[in-house]
Design a protein. Structure first.
Length: 468
């Protein structure tokens, strides 16, 4: 029985059947014909695609760049489908004529018929890809094209080829090896490896699709949605990992003993990783911070780009990206600028010389704040004379901005400074710098005091000169 066959015997039998099968003249001729068709069609279709690209994409490269991307034309929508369909269509036509020729000669066409079936499915697959490339962003489609659809189609073709030499429906019961006295079959190994890969890729793919559709067609908070989808993805990944381990057929008692033994050793060596992992789970569950939020890390305003189980990626205003361990965010005080209330108050002090027109100074500062779009009208900006300093009249401006749009006050303060200096120069308002004036009181014999001190300095100098 197939269930009692091990992997070495199975592969040996498969190889012998393939040798016998390919040794038949009719089979060999069909194989060589298939290879010739695929190679020739590949060259011809490549030349046609290159010609189409030069013909239809040339005007696009000559157009001047504009700030707003132009809308796609009808040809730009259908061009991806046309390019993707050229190869399977030419291959189908070539295979059809080859089959007709072989049948007219009384030759067998079993492999050519199988190729026709595969090519029809390939045609539908490429047509589906063409629709996706025509509608959605090319980069997003490529992610599914090469990581999901292409491997799936490759597995389908491999299954069809191997099924010629062996019954693949029973091959899943072939024993690969024994794991802890439990037989590991090809089917179980396939589910635990290839199946897990597709589970992971589909999970992340669904996350991206749901996020893109929700952001495009709803008003949902994209940051919170991203956090919720990330948490859900990790739950699904955990379930997939558990199913893949279960498919291996390892006894639960044995598996528990192994994990318990490993956990003791890993507990000390991976303490920080476990800490970050638990912190990441808590952050995603609580939703206290989400992708897109603006927070402060090490005194620097940053924007959360991506939240993971182990770390969080943030981007600073200078363009640098930082990887922050989740334990740092969970175990310390974090300042957030995009919480429930996104209004933030700005304060700054300006000093003018004594004798300046107080009313005019207030008017200038109020006008400076009103001219800046980021400064909100409600609450109203204010100017307060807060201090009569040693050499200045100190005015404090108070204004409010919305931090959910742009973090920081740097742009606001810079514009106020520029306008304030310009208006002070215009109205001759002096901006003093720190200085002290020495005032000699009247009625004090300053000349006698200075002369006495000068004599005290000269006497030691004369004594030193006489000694030398």
């Amino acid at each position: 029985m197939m269930a009692e066959q091990n992997i070495i015997d199975f592969l040996s039998a498969l190889f012998k059947k393939a040798q016998i099968f390919l040794a038949r003249p009719s089979v060999f001729i069909q194989v060589m014909t298939i290879i010739a068709i695929l190679v020739i069609v590949s060259v011809v279709s490549g030349a046609i695609v290159l010609f189409i690209r030069r013909l239809f994409l040339k005007p696009k490269t000559e157009e001047p760049e504009s700030e707003k991307a132009p809308k796609k034309s009808l040809m730009q929508y259908i061009l991806p489908s046309i390019q993707l369909l050229i190869y399977p269509v030419l291959a189908l036509i070539s295979t059809y004529f080859a089959m007709s020729f072989f049948q007219a000669q009384g030759q067998m066409v079993g492999l050519l018929q199988l190729l026709m079936t595969i090519l029809w499915i390939y045609l539908g697959y490429r047509f589906f890809l063409g629709i996706l490339y025509g509608i959605f962003d090319e980069k997003s489609v490529q992610r599914f094209h090469w990581r999901l659809f292409s491997p799936l189609f490759g597995l389908f073709v491999l299954y069809q080829i191997l099924n010629i030499f062996a019954d693949m429906s029973t091959a899943t019961e072939v024993i690969v090896t024994d794991v802890f006295d439990s037989p590991l079959t090809m089917g179980a190994l396939f589910i635990a490896t290839v199946g897990l890969y597709f589970w992971i890729d589909i999970t992340w793919g669904l996350k991206d699709i749901i996020h893109a559709l929700a952001a495009r067609f709803t008003n949902v908070n994209t940051g919170r949605l991203e956090a919720a989808l990330t948490l859900g993805s990790y739950i699904l990944l955990g379930a997939g990992l558990a199913m893949s381990i279960s498919s291996l057929g390892i006894d639960s008692t044995t598996f528990a003993a192994i994990t318990a033994g490993l956990s003791v050793g890993f507990g000390f060596g991976m303490q920080s990783i476990v800490n970050n992992f638990v912190s990441g789970i808590l952050l995603l569950f609580e939703g206290s911070i989400n992708p897109g939020d603006r927070i402060e890390v090490n005194g620097e305003p940053v924007t959360i780009q991506k939240m993971g189980i182990n770390s969080t990626i943030v981007k600073a205003l200078n363009g640098y990206e930082y990887i922050v361990p989740n334990s740092n965010l969970q175990g310390s005080t974090v300042t957030t600028y995009t919480g429930e209330d996104t209004l933030r108050r700005g304060l700054k002090v300006y000093g003018v010389a004594y004798g300046s027109d107080v009313k005019k100074v207030k008017e200038i500062l109020l006008e400076a704040m009103k001219r800046i779009p980021r400064v909100l009208d409600t609450p109203k900006p204010a100017v307060i004379l807060i201090n009569l300093g040693d050499s200045t009249l100190d005015f404090m401006i108070v204004y409010w901005v919305d931090y959910s749009k742009v973090p920081g006050f740097g742009g606001v303060n810079a514009n106020i400074n520029e306008y304030f200096l310009q208006e002070c120069d215009k109205y001759d308002i002096e901006i003093p710098y720190p200085q002290q004036d020495i005032h000699f009181r009247d009625g004090v014999p300053w000349d006698d005091i200075l002369a006495t001190r000068a004599n005290r300095i000269e006497k030691p100098e004369k004594a030193i000169a006489n000694n030398t």
